[in-house]
Design a protein around this ligand. Structure first.
Ligand code: M6R
Length: 610
């Protein structure tokens, strides 16, 4: 969601804050701001627009401060505007805060403060919290106490940092439901909502847990609960380096991440896929091995692209392990009063590990006694910490808002899980070996698709001004059709729908005419003939067909307007290859339309609010 940065140490804070905001811009980006101590008060600059625009406002200023806070905002309460941008201040303008999350009881608090004579200058819930902290500070004369007292009264979620002109030697950070990570340098601390803003300064970090706060000074750090009970921080080493969060010569992060997939595929398999033995090793699941052996049902949950990965996982696990699987949107699961027992295993899938609905589903499932596992990318994230066990996908930081490499890495882990569960049951080593050996060939096959992306580029340019797209697939490629449609709509703003191909005649066929491009996933598998029939139905209505088909398919060109060839693989493994052209098609269409690919409008990388 939004991005937070805070610094206390010996460097000039302003350049570090602006650099941190640039790194965080992918999380939310309609406005940005900074605050640093200056003279006897605070210097605050904030505005609607990009970090670059904020930087242009302050770059020439000679602000010597060696501490400060900054924020990039993705609007929740109040439109994107200068006055709604963070930091927000209390009535005295001597306390400033940056905040991610939502203060749910802000209206009640605001009304009470207004009765006491306080006035407000923005539409945000964050300003209410700032004024509330200020009012309590007036009352107690103690900043830490005021912050703790305010946070005990608010309902909702927060990741925040507080700065006070009266205390230019301390930063206070706190979290409930919205991540805060603290980097430890030499006589300095960097606070952020995401480690990408920290890694170029230090790799040594710790994450705050819910209802925990940190008091950071140049000489040390103290952590405690909001109720004043001391806690001890668990130090972690960040595993990625600066290169992983830079574009490396690509025009966009999304394109870079699409091209990283042969490598990230392999990173997710490394040490886990024992192809020669036909076995799988998943160290993160050792503690729940017996529970998995006994499992009678699995429930996979997630949002957006992660939910699509779950749908592919459903096919694989049912096919290879013969365990019934249900897939549910986390947002529905959490409110549905699900029937769960201690025999059930719920698996939460999330790139960020911070998606509010998925985290809430994890908590709900735990409360009802299920064993809850995570398939997560961000190490140390909330879902990774709150699940009983899990498997990291090791895709490295994903910066483009549209998820690409995290999706294929989620698929790798789901396939490994299906094989692992299968081997615990009836799947023979020979059957597992056949799949495992083919998986080892996939990175090269993925690379060969990426090398031929020029033809996808020209198809994308031809249809970039279409109003609608239809995506069709069957079996394990039905979720890939959904994913292709999601990619297209989120970055190019073209309306796109994904359907199981056979469902077309139950409604969507009415939409087809010469202006409707239809992307059909048609690898040679047991449903191939049926997909060809669907293509004929589309051709008969003058629809334009873009077929994703095997490169050795001699017939397909007769049925399609365009063919995007992919190498042959086992039918079950085709999603690893069929999704790549769809990612590229969406990418090139968005670029052709002049869209901001890495930061599509209204979207944020990690949705930490409901
Ligand atoms: O971090 P998560 O995997 O939990 O995020 C879930 C969705 O918000 C995410 O996949 C979203 O749909 C992406 N924009 C898709 O590209």
């Amino acid at each position: 969601m939004c991005g937070i940065i805070g610094y206390i140490g010996h460097r000039r804070a302003l350049p570090l804050l602006l650099n941190g905001l640039k790194r965080l811009e992918y999380r939310g980006y309609d406005s940005a701001g900074i605050a640093v101590p200056h003279g006897h008060g605070l210097y605050i600059a904030k505005r609607a627009g990009t970090v670059a625009q904020l930087a242009a406002m302050v770059d020439s200023l000679d602000l010597p401060a060696t501490m400060g806070i900054g924020h990039t905002r993705w609007a929740t309460h109040g439109e994107p505007s200068d006055r709604n941008a963070h930091p927000h201040t209390d009535a005295s303008r001597r306390i400033a805060i940056v905040h991610n999350g939502i203060i749910e009881n802000y209206a009640t608090l605001k009304a009470k403060l207004q009765q006491d004579g306080y006035t407000f200058h923005s539409d945000t819930d964050t300003e209410v919290l700032a004024v509330f902290i200020g009012a309590l500070y007036e009352q107690y004369g103690d900043l830490e106490l005021a912050v703790r007292a305010a946070l005990s009264e608010v309902r909702g979620t927060f990741g925040l940092v507080v700065l006070s002109a009266d205390h230019p030697d301390i930063l206070i950070a706190a979290r409930r439901g919205s991540p805060i990570v603290i980097g430890i340098g030499d006589g300095e601390y960097i606070v952020a909502s995401d480690a990408t803003a920290i890694v170029e300064y230090t790799r040594s970090v710790f994450y705050l847990t819910d209802d925990e706060m940190a008091l950071l000074t140049r000489s040390g750090c103290q952590t405690k609960t909001i109720d004043d009970i001391p806690t001890s921080a668990q130090l972690l080493e960040l595993e990625f380096d600066l290169e992983r969060i830079e574009k490396g010569g690509f025009p966009h992060f999304m394109l870079k991440e699409i091209h990283e997939q042969p490598q990230t595929f392999w990173d997710a398999c490394r040490g886990r896929l024992l192809a020669l033995e036909g076995n799988i090793k998943l160290g993160g699941l050792r503690s729940v091995e017996d529970t998995l052996r006994r499992a009678r049902r699995l429930i996979l949950t997630g949002c957006g692209t992660s939910w699509h990965a779950a749908l592919v996982g459903e096919y694989w696990i049912e096919e290879l392990a013969r365990i019934p699987v249900e897939v549910e949107y986390a947002s529905e699961f959490r409110y549905r009063n699900p029937v769960l027992s201690s025999d059930d295993i719920v698996i939460a899938i999330s790139q960020s590990g911070e998606t509010a609905d998925t985290l809430a589903a994890v908590r709900e499932a735990k409360l009802r006694g299920a064993t809850v596992l995570g398939i997560v990318n961000v190490v140390g994230s909330s879902i990774a910490r709150e699940t009983h066990a899990g498997v990291y996908i090791h895709a490295g930081p994903e910066i483009g808002v549209a998820s690409t490499k995290a999706f294929t890495s989620q698929l790798v882990v789901l396939m490994l899980l299906a094989l692992y569960l299968g081997r615990m049951r009836h799947l023979s080593a020979t059957q597992a070996r056949e799949i495992a050996e083919e998986m080892l060939r996939l990175p090269d096959k993925m690379r060969s698709i990426l090398e031929r992306s020029q033809s996808i580029h020209s198809i994308a340019c031809q249809y970039a001004h279409a109003q609608h797209f239809l995506y069709l697939g069957r079996g394990v490629n039905f979720p890939i059709a959904l994913e292709g449609a999601l990619k297209m709509k989120e970055i190019s703003y073209i309306h796109a729908e994904g359907y199981p191909a056979a469902e077309m005649k139950h409604g969507p066929i009415a939409l087809i005419d010469e202006n409707m491009p239809v992307v059909i996933i048609a690898p040679r598998d047991e449903l191939y003939e049926k997909v060809l029939s669907n293509m004929e139905e589309i051709r008969a209505r003058r629809g334009q067909i873009i077929a994703i088909a095997n490169d050795n398919d001699p017939d397909i060109a007769r049925h399609a307007t365009h063919v995007i060839p992919i190498p042959e693989t086992l039918p079950l493994l085709t999603p690893f290859l069929t999704v790549l052209p769809l990612q590229l098609l969406a990418y090139y269409a968005a670029v052709e339309r002049g869209c901001n690919v890495d930061m599509p409008r209204h979207l944020a990388k990690s949705v930490t609010v409901e």
